[in-house]
Structure formats: C-alpha cells, structure tokens
Design a protein around this ligand. Sequence first.
Ligand SMILES: *[C@@H]1O[C@H](CO)[C@@H](O)[C@H](O)[C@H]1NC(C)=O
Ligand SMILES: *[C@@H]1O[C@H](CO)[C@@H](O)[C@H](O)[C@H]1NC(C)=O
Ligand SMILES: *[C@@H]1O[C@H](CO)[C@@H](O)[C@H](O)[C@H]1NC(C)=O
Ligand SMILES: *[C@@H]1O[C@H](CO)[C@@H](O)[C@H](O)[C@H]1NC(C)=O
Length: 208
Amino acid sequence: MLFQTLLVFLKFPLLGLVEDTSLAEVKRAFGAANIPETIHLPFQPQVLLKVTFPVVGAKPVTLHAGIQLPRKVTAGPPFYNVIGSQSKGPFVVAAVDPDVPTPQDPSVAQIPHFLGGNFFLKSLKAPTFLSNNTPAITEFRQPRPHAGSDPHRYIFLLFNQSKGFDNQTLVNSTSSLALFNISAFASTVGLGQPIGGTFMLVGPEPST
Ligand SMILES: *[C@@H]1O[C@H](CO)[C@@H](O)[C@H](O)[C@H]1NC(C)=O
Ligand SMILES: *[C@@H]1O[C@H](CO)[C@@H](O)[C@H](O)[C@H]1NC(C)=O
Ligand SMILES: *[C@@H]1O[C@H](CO)[C@@H](O)[C@H](O)[C@H]1NC(C)=O
Ligand SMILES: *[C@@H]1O[C@H](CO)[C@@H](O)[C@H](O)[C@H]1NC(C)=O
C-alpha cells in the first residue's frame, strides 16, 4: 500500500503540489532551460506569474517553472495570477512555443499560444486571478507537439503593458502563427523585458 502510494507520488510528483515561490528559483529554471538565449529576452523576474490550468473532475494544476505536464491537463484556457506586484496593471501575458516542430530544429518557431493585454489585478492584497477587459489578440491554444518530438517548452511571460500595445498592428487573430518572435514584438511594441514568467514542458500524446 505504501509502495503504491509512493509510485503514484513519483509518477505525478509535482502536480498541484508545488508552485513557484521564489523569484531566484524561477530565474534559475529559465536559465537551466536556456530560455533567455532561445527567445532573445533577458529574464529578471520582479513578480511571480502563476499559471493555473483547470482540470475537469480534479484539482486545478498550477505550474512551477519547468514542470512537465501530460498534454490532457493543458486544454485550458489557464488562469493567470501575479504575486508580489506593486501595480494592478495593465499587464500583457504572452505564451510561446520556441520548439516547433522540434527543439532540435525549431524552423517555424516561435508559435504564439496566447497573447493578450489589458489584464488587471483587482487587489494587491487578496489573491485574485488577473482579468482582462479586452479580447486577447490570439486566444490560448493547447500544446500540440508532433508525434516523435521531444517535449516542447511552453513559456509564459508577463510584461508591464506599454502605451503602444493597444495600437499594435504586428499581430491579430488572423495573422500567420509561424515565425513569431516575442523579443522583436516586445521591442517594437515597447513592452521591454518581462517582469515575470514560468514555463512547462509538454510532450506528444502517448499513442494508444
Ligand atoms: C513595471 O511596473 C512596475 C509598477 O509600475 C514598476 O515598479 C516596475 O519597475 C516595472 N518594470 C519594468 C521592467 O518596467
Ligand atoms: C492609439 O490609437 C488611438 C485611436 O487611433 C489614439 O487615440 C491613441 O492616441 C493611440 N495611442 C497611442 C499610444 O499611440
Ligand atoms: C492582420 O495582420 C496581418 C499581418 O500579420 C496583416 O497583413 C492584416 O492586414 C491584419 N488584418 C487586420 C484586419 O488588421
Ligand atoms: C528575434 O528578434 C531578435 C531581436 O529582438 C533577434 O535578435 C533574433 O535573432 C530574432 N530571432 C529569430 C529566430 O529570428
């Protein structure tokens, strides 16, 4: 019985149990996964970005940086929360996959998995989810790595929203998703560096 419990625990050691609590740890995880180099953005987090996936019939799953999740948990759309902020917003949330079609040959990366702005915290004291008052530029898309690929990194980033964001014309809901560049986007739209982030690994669905 104990052995079985241990096995279950080892199989899903982190689901819902561990969340990011340390900026230094998130920064370390980004570095260990080569994320700043991959997406050409420095990462000096000032706040924790919490990304939580609702799961039908089970407890929601909140990411910690670098967690590998079964694809079925990632249907989303996720909820976002910000811990440690001095400002209620507005914020921009972006999620990108830099590993398309594979981490070894990311020839069509990045693919945006979410891009939205005008996110606000209702309160700096009570932990509430971010809510946005405009439609996202591109809505959340579930990870879909191709069969045979190693797991992809799905990177969520939080930015202070810039004045130019609402008027940006680089991306809209009908834009091609291929070859997105979050660094170039952030620079053009004036977002600067991310103030928070986290990421998950998702592999192809096991073939049945
Ligand atoms: C983001 O905004 C907050 C609050 O206005 C400010 O303290 C912080 O320095 C900003 N961060 C960056 C990277 O601009
Ligand atoms: C954005 O566009 C609106 C409407 O065209 C304009 O009133 C506003 O000044 C623009 N804002 C910026 C920051 O360019
Ligand atoms: C959407 O963005 C594309 C470029 O990605 C542009 O060619 C197109 O005109 C834009 N559509 C609208 C409705 O703004
Ligand atoms: C993305 O844009 C940055 C500039 O912000 C550039 O250095 C980098 O090479 C671009 N990445 C790709 C894959 O084009």
